[in-house]
Ligand binder design. Sequence first.
Ligand code: ASP
Ligand code: ASP
Length: 353
Amino acid sequence: MRPSKKTLKVDVLDSRLRGNDNQKHSLLAFYLRLHKNLGINLALMATHFTFPSHLLSTDGLSRGDTLELLALASDYYTRNQATDKKHSILKGRTLINLFFENSTRTRTSFELAGKRLGMDVINIAAANSSAKKGESLIDTAKTLSAMQLDALVIRHASSGAARLIAGYVACPVINAGDGSHQHPTQALLDAFTILHHKGNIEGLTVAICGDIAHSRVARSNLYLLQTLGAKVRLIAPPQLLPNTPEQFGAEIHYSMKTGLKDADVVMMLRVQTERVQGPIMASVREYFHLYGLDKTKLAFARPDALVLHPGPMNRGVEIASDVADDVERSGVLDQVEAGVAVRQAILESIVRS
Ligand code: ASP
Ligand code: ASP
């Protein structure tokens, strides 16, 4: 829904939001509902909370800081629907997107986010970088850092790469995906999308389904959703679960029927064929039959269950086209839209603090 011209100015630092995290959660949910159902623009002015100096993982993000970040993102979400989307809040600052793995949506999303805040944005694809000439990751990062960056976004196929880099550069580092480890901005945009659709996260049942073992999206969401008070279920065949899945504090299910029962949100994952050598499953047809989300399996969840997928989707493997494209049920494109706003909020918070 396009927002009306009405704008509700809400200072999230006002006394109500200085309350405890439960109060923040319900107030933010209330504002998001106003925005969604009534089309009232929100001008949330939250800029002074303490965001970490790097964003490497969702582990350790507090509930209060996450909610305040999402409040700031909801301000950008509204402003992104205006004709002129550009601001000058980070004018003159430089952002480098250093991508050692292919990406379309995440790179574009960070690029748009930086540009909409007035930053100069440079994209470096590994294929064109000195990494191909044998330069080490640390040398690449130190070289870029010497150019007086204000933020470095990094994606790398090795788990831990973002944390390693953060120890060598002088600017904030944002992890845009490191191997099977973490993809914190994806989890934050997923949380935003859930809040936007459902009005709250606390107490919801979220089923994360598919290749949990190799998914950084699953790991980031497990931490963040539980921090925000959701009940998380993991649904996967045994070979696509991590070795000790109990460590994550989620319910484990091997069947979509039991795992999806009464779920409020169904988060599907792509099978990460690039992270293993050799075939990851015996048969795509069998995988789809057992774990692919089609209308029949979706019927196990609540009738208003929201379907999410981080993209890129493999239709006919983990999700059927009629579910992916069902505008009543699928929040996939809303996730993409939320992604830009959430990354604007992250850049603003991290660069200015
Ligand atoms: N995995 C990619 C990303 O997150 C998806 C894409 O390239 O579209 O950016
Ligand atoms: N785009 C997400 C990622 O980069 C999910 C995926 O690629 O399957 O992790």
